[in-house]
Design a protein. Structure first.
Length: 138
């Protein structure tokens, strides 16, 4: 049986996760972490993705699985993993931030082919002709 984490280990984990949060532009109040077997961390993101309209994103870390980008769960569902960076060690906060930015940029580019919402159409009338050939469900 592994010994309980020390106060120092808890402080180090908290500092690391808050540093990651700072690098991705999130306040420390949006961070949760827990030392244990495994140790885990959570960073609430204000970002959404066009691929999943209305769904917020989160960063999650565990000492077993590394960092993951996921959809915030709704009700009783488990988080839907969007991307994973399976490093059991703690990569530099700036590295985590770069990976997140790259993933969000890649997903935004691939979601550009998604049919725009009515509010997007009214904001960008030049896109309307594209929709003429798009089948609609009734």
């Amino acid at each position: 049986m592994k010994p309980e984490p020390t106060y120092r280990e808890e402080l180090l984990l908290r500092h690391y996760v808050e540093s990651v949060a700072e690098q991705v532009g999130v306040e420390a109040t949006a961070v949760l972490c827990e030392c244990g077997t495994p140790s885990t961390a959570y960073v609430a993101l204000a970002d959404t993705s066009r691929a999943w309209p209305g769904r917020l994103l989160m960063l999650a870390w565990s000492s077993d699985d590394g960092w993951r980008l996921a959809l915030e769960p709704e009700r009783d569902e488990p988080p839907v993993i969007v991307a994973a960076w399976p490093e059991s060690v703690r990569p530099a906060p700036s590295r985590v931030a770069r990976r997140l930015q790259n993933e969000l940029r890649t997903r935004a580019q691939s979601a550009a082919t998604v049919t725009p919402t009515p509010s997007e159409i009214s904001a960008h009338p030049s896109r309307q002709p594209e929709l003429a050939s798009t089948p609609t469900s009734r």
